[in-house]
Design a protein around this ligand. Structure first.
Ligand code: F6R
Length: 609
């Protein structure tokens, strides 16, 4: 969603801001803008559309100046337009905003009654005008910010400039991430560490309701009442190459290839000798024992990883698990309490619905465990315990490597919980641990066969509808494969439990409608073959995805993609099978000329409900 970058130092701010915005593009946006202190005063430039529109507006000679703020907007209040783009200015105040101001109508009404005139439809302009009103009463930025914060309701990360304080950046954070980047003779603010990676990896995490004042020499933190305090700096392990394409046409393709490495990084620290150990994560065995049920809560791809997790935990540990869509959880009056373990899954750690669900589970007294990729994110900080996945930065909007490491974490968790609950012997656990160690290699082998996916897409690319069918674990994978395809290629697809197709949706299977049948589980293969034949009998086109050595009769499939021999264990097949599904979606999107890394209407981190 929206991105913020701010700079104060000795470099040309416009260059730093534009580079920062380029590094934030992946979050999804529909307009962009910058404001900076130039020799002739504070100037704002903004444009609807991609960053190239803003660059065209700025022309060949970028405005001079060493301090400024930049923003990529993802419209919530008011359509995408030049006027609604950020920064928004009022009097001496110019600011950018991520989040949603919930009481903006009430505040706007008060401001309108004071005779103020609004030029945009945004909630953000209300904040700018209110702050300017306060600043007019006492021209002290900190005092005006503190007074303004008292009336704002909702979520906001703000980057603020005051026209008569050149060189100083002010920032505020509530329910929307913001960090302060620490350089030598220069400092930054950013909604996301990737924006500042070219300059520094040291930063201060801003917590709820904190204010930052940033100049080239100082980066100070203050409470919401303006009291200064200090905090130890954090260091990002991610380096800039992880956030660059490195010769790939798209981040998504690069991230698909990074899966073996991400799996290794996530699995190996938890595999000690013959068992699984989370003690270095601070997740002690007692935390993973003795509960009534497990509830997994997440959105989108992370929720699909949760479906795999349910299957694994239930089959290995025989403990009931429910998987909940985070946006529904709060409104479903969940039966949750101190006897339950709630597992929250999120790549970004900032998804608003997931965060809200976590807060509810905590309020109900449940044990909360987060599986998160972004260190220091809101969900990671608020959950009782956190297990980090080590996928590195995921830049493409469509999640790939984060999904694989979330699945990997569920393998580890399911096996550990099963050992603790006594349903898995130490000997059996040790066998699984040996197999877990081979998973990165198995995924690497699967990637080597990428060519077969490229060939297969020629049969699918011109379809207008496509179906995915599978059973058990494969059914969960189908949901993810289908989501991947529709989000990046805009090709309509649906995922059906293979046995459920004949209860309605089979009426949509007509001549040449493609159906991808995922059949990696030997004990379900026969049933899957019957389902494929049902499709073939209606003229549909079947592409089967199955294990090496599986026998797929000629009358059941038009084309078969085989996983490599190294996929030995049924339970681990999803980690391999997801690769061809990701590649098929990717190749189709490329052939259809789609903007693979930044699909329309989508944002990487959905920080509004
Ligand atoms: C799809 C995708 C989304 C996210 C979902 C949750 O490719 O990326 O469905 O999985 O928005 O995001 P996180 O994991 O950041 O909470």
């Amino acid at each position: 969603m929206c991105g913020i970058i701010g700079y104060s130092g000795k470099r040309e701010a416009a260059e730093v801001l534009l580079e920062g915005l380029r590094n934030l593009e992946y979050r999804g946006y529909d307009s962009a803008g910058i404001a900076l202190f130039t020799q002739t005063g504070l100037k704002t430039y903004k444009a609807q559309g991609r960053l190239s529109q803003l660059e065209a507006l700025l022309g060949d000679r970028l405005p001079d100046g060493q301090c400024g703020i930049g923003h990529t907007r993802w419209a919530t209040h008011g359509a995408p337009s030049d006027v609604n783009a950020h920064p928004h200015a009022s009097g001496k105040v110019t600011l950018v905003h991520n989040g949603i101001l919930e009481n903006y109508m009430d505040l706007k009404e008060i401001l309108l009654n004071k005779g103020r005139i609004f030029t945009s439809q945004t909630d953000t302009e209300v904040i700018a005008q209110w702050l300017d009103e306060e600043y007019g009463k006492t021209p002290d930025p900190m005092a005006a910010i503190c007074r303004t914060l008292k009336v704002l309701r909702g979520s906001y990360a703000l980057g603020i400039l005051f026209a008569d304080h050149p060189g100083a950046l002010y920032a505020v954070r509530k329910d929307s991430p913001l960090i302060v980047g620490l350089g030598q003779g220069e400092n930054f603010i950013a909604s996301d560490v990737t924006a500042i990676l070219p300059y520094t990896r040291d930063y201060l995490l801003m917590e709820e309701n904190e204010i930052a004042v940033v100049t080239p020499e100082r980066a100070g933190l203050f409470t919401q009442d303006g009291q200064p305090f200090t905090r130890e700096a954090s260091h990002a392990d991610w380096d800039i190459s992880a956030a660059q394409k490195g010769g790939y046409a798209h981040f998504m393709r690069k991230e698909i290839d990074e899966q073996p490495h991400a799996l290794e990084a996530t699995l190996s620290p938890r595999l000690t000798g013959e068992s699984i150990d989370f003690s270095a994560d601070g997740v002690e065995d007692a935390f993973l024992s003795d509960f009534r049920s497990i509830q997994i809560v997440a959105c989108g791809t992370a929720m699909h990883a949760g479906l795999i997790g349910k299957h694994l935990i239930e089959s290995l540990a025989r403990i009931p698990v429910s998987v909940n869509i985070a946006s529904e959880y709060r409104y479903s009056n969940p039966i949750v309490g101190r006897d339950d373990l709630v597992i929250i899954v999120s790549q970004s750690g900032e998804t608003a619905d997931t965060l809200a669900a976590l807060r509810l589970a905590k309020a109900c007294g449940a044990r909360t465990l987060a599986i998160v990729n972004v260190v220091g994110s809101s969900i990671a900080r608020e959950a009782e315990r956190v297990l980090y996945t080590y996928a590195g930065p995921e830049i493409a909007v469509a999640s790939t490597k984060a999904f694989s490491v979330q699945m990997a974490m569920f393998y580890l968790l399911a096996l550990r919980i099963a050992s603790l609950s006594g349903t898995l012997s130490a000997k059996a656990a040790a066998v699984y641990v040996e197999k877990l160690k081979k998973l990165p290699r198995m995924v690497e082998d699967t990637l080597k066969a990428a060519g077969s996916c490229k060939e297969a897409v020629s049969d699918l690319v011109n379809a207008s509808d496509l179906f995915y069918i599978g059973r058990g674990l494969d059914n969960c994978l189908c949901m993810e494969g289908s989501l991947k395809l529709k989000e990046i290629s805009y090709l309509h697809s649906e995922s059906y439990a293979a046995g459920e197709l004949k209860h309605g949706a089979i009426s949509l299977i007509t001549e040449k409608v493609p159906v991808i049948a995922v059949a990696t589980q030997p004990e379900l293969l026969e049933k899957m073959v019957s389902n494929m034949r049902e499709v073939k009998a209606r003229g549909g086109f079947v592409l089967a995805l199955c294990r090496a050595g599986s026998v797929i009769p000629e009358d059941a499939a038009d084309r078969v993609i085989y996983l490599p021999d190294s996929v030995e264990e049924d339970l681990f097949a999803p980690l391999a099978a997801i690769v061809p599904l990701q590649l098929i979606a990717y190749e189709i999107a490329v052939l259809r000329g789609c903007d693979v890394d930044k699909p329309r209407n989508l944002a990487k981190s959905v920080t509004v409900e």
